[in-house]
Design a protein around this ligand. Structure first.
Ligand code: GRG
Length: 294
């Protein structure tokens, strides 16, 4: 396993341990805990948590604090995947190689388990376990709310679904992907600025960097899906999975999209290099995005 994959694996284990403690500290039992756990402990990479940790390294932020913030973000990410898989949205029967939550349980359970993971993310940020000054916690909660709502994830998802089978410009596709996927990555980097109490200009730089990392992640996800689709001929479920979607690949083709991704990666790397050697882990994370096979 390469150095970065080992680091990613450790971060995933630490994030999962933190989340398991959060689940076991839930005072009363409920029927929704099972589908929530099924949705969140289903083998995700915890890459968003890794972005928080790598960005936190630039500013020497305490590791446990970063794992807590990463865990909150992973709750929101898992909620978005559960809802995205629903028949009313992308209608996917499988997620992370297993039946999606609405297939394993049913639709109303998937909706409620998703909602409960969304709110659990905020419970983590507001809870006693996170040792931060109250004003920093408030700022984290407010900022993550904005990233998750109509101007962020939910708004991006709305555009993604309404753009299907329409002629959408490159600019509008990029804006949609920056919201749908980029905003949460933006928060991964911005959370570090909040915890460090950085001034607005530096905070905005980190947020924008995160959004670009998220955009790159989404574009590469589309490239990976396209490759899978082109190589799997006999599985009708997978063929042209994103054919109806407004993606750069559908607009300008695979080759030009790959060139665009490589240029974007260079731009991101140049920004990270300005933080000096402490940015090395973040550089490795960005390398992983383009080289990943999962
Ligand atoms: C508000 C319902 C709702 C959705 C918001 C984020 C989103 C919009 C939908 C999720 C579906 C999707 C394909 C998002 C794009 C981001 C993406 C590439 C997700 C997969 O992320 P990974 O690869 O997943 O990090 P793991 O399984 O590793 O956690």
């Amino acid at each position: 396993m390469s150095g970065f994959l080992k680091k990613l694996n450790n971060i995933a284990n630490d994030t999962n341990s933190y989340l398991k403690k959060i689940f076991s500290s839930q005072k009363s039992n409920s029927y929704l805990l099972k589908p929530m756990k099924y949705g969140i402990f289903s083998g995700g990479k915890r890459f968003r948590s890794a972005i928080v940790i790598s960005t936190g390294k630039i500013y020497n932020i305490d590791y446990r604090t970063m794992i807590a913030v990463g865990s909150a973000i992973e709750c929101i990410h898992s909620y978005s995947l559960i809802h995205d898989d629903l028949p009313a949205m992308d209608n996917d029967d499988f997620r992370r190689g297993k039946p999606s939550v609405h297939k394993k349980f049913n639709e109303f359970i998937a909706i409620l388990a998703g909602n409960s993971l969304l709110t659990l993310g905020f419970e983590i940020l507001s809870g006693q376990k996170l040792k931060l000054p109250q004003n920093y916690k408030n700022d984290l909660i407010k900022t993550l709310s904005k990233c998750s709502g109509h101007l962020g994830l939910a708004g991006g998802q709305y555009s993604d679904l309404t753009f299907e089978n329409k002629n959408i410009s490159k600019k509008n596709i990029i804006n949609m992907q920056k919201k749908k996927t980029g905003e949460l990555f933006g928060f991964c980097c911005e959370s570090v600025a909040i915890i460090k109490g950085l001034k607005l200009a530096k905070r905005k730089k980190l947020k924008d960097l995160g959004i670009e990392i998220g955009l790159l992640f989404q574009i590469v996800d589309d490239l990976i899906d396209y490759k899978e689709d082109s190589s799997i001929v006999n599985n009708s479920n997978r063929i042209n999975k994103k054919i109806d979607k407004a993606t750069l690949i559908n607009l300008i083709g695979y080759k030009k999209t790959l060139i665009f991704a490589k240029k974007l990666k260079k731009k991101i790397n140049n920004k990270i290099k300005k933080y000096g050697p402490k940015g090395n882990d973040l550089l490795q994370s960005v390398d992983f995005i383009l080289n990943r096979k999962f």
